[in-house]
Design a protein around this ligand. Structure first.
Ligand SMILES: [Zn+2]
Length: 96
């Protein structure tokens, strides 16, 4: 089983930019020469430019991808905050 098979089996699909993302767009993974890295997707403000960032990144073997995707999903949920202005749930720094 290669990384592509493992990530697809974990519910992720490869986007045009090469990042693997789940259907909800909350968990991402990248395959590099050094291995596969799984984390949850956050947005980072770099001046006026918003970029995707992987948080709580784990270096995983193919066999550990599915469990890492579940952990990343839980890690993201722990980072959600309720907006004091409009009571919407979200991540710090995200527009809503
Ligand atoms: Zn708000």
């Amino acid at each position: 089983m290669g990384p592509s098979t493992a990530l697809a089996a974990s519910g992720l699909t490869r986007g045009a930019d090469g990042m693997w993302v789940d259907d909800a767009g909350v968990v991402g993974a990248v395959v590099t020469a050094h291995g596969t890295f799984v984390g949850w997707l956050d947005l980072a403000w770099d001046g006026a430019v918003v970029a995707r960032r992987l948080r709580a990144v784990e270096h995983v073997t193919d066999g550990a991808c599915a469990a890492a995707v579940q952990r990343a999903r839980r890690e993201r949920e722990r980072s959600l905050r309720t907006c004091e202005l409009c009571a919407a749930g979200g991540l710090p720094g995200h527009l809503h």
